[in-house]
Ligand binder design. Sequence first.
Ligand code: AMP
Length: 438
Amino acid sequence: MTERKQFRAIKGTRDILPPDSALWNWFEQTARDTFERYGYHDIRTPVFEPTELFARSIGADTDVVNKEMFTFGSGYDSDSMEESAPGLTYSLRPEATASVVRAYIEHGMNTLPGDVKLYYMGPMFRRERPQKGRYRQFYQIGAEVLGQSDAPAIDAELIEMLLVFFWRAGLDRTTLYVNSIGDKNCRPQYVELLREKLLKVKDSLGADSQRRIETNPLRVLDSKLPEEQAIIEKLPRISDHLCAECREHFTKLKEELKLRGVAYEENWRLVRGLDYYTRTTFEVTAAGLGSQNAVCGGGRYDGLVELLGGPPTKGIGFAIGSDRAILSIQESKNLPHLPGLAVFVAWMGAKCYPAAVAIARKLRDSGVSVELPPEEMKFKKSLGLADKLGARYALIIGEDEVASETYSLKRLSDGDQKKLNENDLLEYLESERRGTGA
Ligand code: AMP
């Protein structure tokens, strides 16, 4: 006897079902629409890449690469593209900047005119401990600017675009934090100084921070452990150790943000988890999310293209966590009005069926959403189902209507009913559709 097994989505993954999926589509469409107004173009890259790409770009010592990647495949040989080199593997992407930069280099996009402005959206994968707002398959929407300039205006415009998107998506109650983490001229000295100071207080730190003194001292500043907070507050701040160029870049960035009416808070502890960032870093938090309240992280990564074998190129980008952003919108109840089903065709009698099929097609062709029951239903049942499906109208087609070549349109919210000929019906529903934004 075969066992009847019930399959379930793997822990840390989930299904996004209607009507939530409509909110997701709208959120993503609002992003596309906003980003395209700022001259960004869609890029689609594979969801898996050689593990080495992530190790090299994100940093082999980061948690993301060290502990959180889904890695598979027995071998990958980049020359022959055959799976022949033992020990070389693929990983599901934990983020997309590495892939975008790989594609930028691979396709010689540095020869394109002006700055290359790209956006992407899709699933990312990290083997994290699942909790509210933290999944193993989650979704990001990101944008990147790659080119020859690192003008602070580029950073500021990118941040402005991000906040305009959040505003259009109804994601209010957000806070933008900005910081500069220096560059290769000034950061190494600061990191050394930090390491020195941290070694002196090592015994008062937790295990993670103790380990990070060696691997990545900047990450200690990220710590949320209550007992470490007082110690961290006394550590030297990078803002006092930036070189003149980085200081000027940061000052100009803040002026540019003011010019654009973008409110921000400075946060000297904002270092970001990934190794490749330089100068500008930023993060946006949103209300209603508990401890996982970061909805976007971003920053400048001027050395990354070179690190991955490309020509000297400046870069900056961000990644929005869609799951959290949408959760915050849902919690705030600031939901968009998404028009659902417009018309339910209540047809009665086999003789009326051809007329029902014909009008359903005409309405759909003109952009109206229509539900046409595949089998005849009793009138009352038909209206009941129309109501349950959330239709705004029932279009009644019985023998009288067919004989008089008219339709009875019943508004389900208040029962108001009118008789219309085909032209008037199409016109009425089309204008109604425009009115509801459908
Ligand atoms: P990061 O690249 O880690 O800075 O991530 C950018 C954004 O992606 C974060 O601010 C989160 O909103 C989101 N994010 C990162 N990891 C997860 C996860 N495991 N589950 C849900 N969202 C995530």
